[in-house]
Design a protein around this ligand. Structure first.
Ligand code: COA
Length: 159
């Protein structure tokens, strides 16, 4: 049986922290689908096609990783793709309560879907997309936090 996992997120934009989790998930699973959420309620800075494209570019070196946008419930998307596992990153302890709630809800919606967590390494513990967006908007150098394609996209966005 193919072990297929989903790593979901808004990815506005994808950071090296996300990439670390995706890479480690890809080494544990047969296939990983990075699911880029529409997340309309969050009013993302990059459009859904832009975010999807940036995740594709950032993960193109990982042969068992594919990238897809989605706009429905995560449990439904996982069912459609026949994925049995959701992999998420856990950064600081502050992530825990929210992830605990999401896991409980998703579990209630689909009993067969497991959520598993990978701890972020210390260097990415406090990294987030909004911090990256703010730094870039103020002309800061974000090279150590994002893949080159994202750095380029941010430079264009704030030119
Ligand atoms: N490295 C760096 N940053 C990370 C990270 C990591 N490993 N993991 C999370 N983050 C940051 C993100 O950058 C983002 O930062 P920001 O808020 O500063 O921009 C923040 O954590 C939240 O990440 P996001 O990708 O928006 O994920 P989320 O945990 O809020 O969940 C979905 C997003 C897509 C998984 C969730 O909204 C979902 O499942 N949506 C589909 C609809 C649905 O099913 N809803 C009901 C669920 S019960």
């Amino acid at each position: 049986m193919t072990r297929r996992a989903i790593t979901p997120g808004t990815f506005d934009p994808i950071t090296r922290g996300h990439l670390d989790i995706i890479t480690r998930a890809a080494s544990l699973m047969d296939e990983v689908i990075v699911a880029v959420a529409a997340s309309a309620g969050k009013h993302p800075m990059f459009s859904l096609p832009e975010r999807t494209q940036l995740v594709r570019e950032a993960t193109q070196h990982l042969p068992n990783v594919t990238v897809e946008p989605f706009g429905n419930l995560l449990v439904d998307f996982a069912r459609e793709r026949d994925a049995k596992v959701i992999v998420k990153g856990l950064r600081a302890i502050t992530d825990f309560e929210y992830e605990f709630q999401m896991n409980a809800l998703n579990h209630q919606l689909d009993f067969d879907l497991e959520t598993t967590f990978i701890m972020s390494p210390p260097e990415f513990m406090y990294l987030s997309s909004s911090i990256v967006r703010e730094m870039a908007s103020l002309g800061g150098d974000v090279a150590q936090f994002v893949p080159p394609c994202v750095q380029e996209a941010l430079t264009k966005k704030f030119a």
